[in-house]
Design a protein around this ligand. Structure first.
Ligand SMILES: [Zn+2]
Length: 99
């Protein structure tokens, strides 16, 4: 195998955490606008820009940990909303259990 072409079965997006390119169905979308707040968008229906993360694996948890830090939050201009989004992402990954 010298040259592998990616199949063009659908729109593809890049996971912001690990850089993997996947079809949209394999990624969790977070919708929002810098400075306006972000929220998980599993149905991919919300307007605004999208941040994409692998829906399987550790990318969601790692991204959540990242945006809890001021530097990580600043990357997407999340401000204090980054912590709340991180909580929601982790909670949704744990089957909606809240503590
Ligand atoms: Zn990923």
């Amino acid at each position: 195998m010298t040259h592998r072409k990616s199949s063009a079965r659908g729109p593809q997006r890049t996971c912001v955490q690990c850089g993997a390119v996947r079809e949209k169905g394999g990624l969790l979308r977070i919708a929002g606008k810098p400075g306006m707040g972000w929220e998980p968008d599993p149905g991919r229906k919300l307007p605004g820009r999208g941040i994409y993360l692998c829906s399987a694996g550790e990318c969601v948890e790692r991204f959540a940990a990242r945006i809890r830090t001021p530097k990580g939050g600043a990357r997407w201009k999340m401000g204090v909303g980054g912590t709340e989004l991180a909580d929601r992402l982790v909670a949704s990954r744990q089957g909606g259990q809240e503590k």
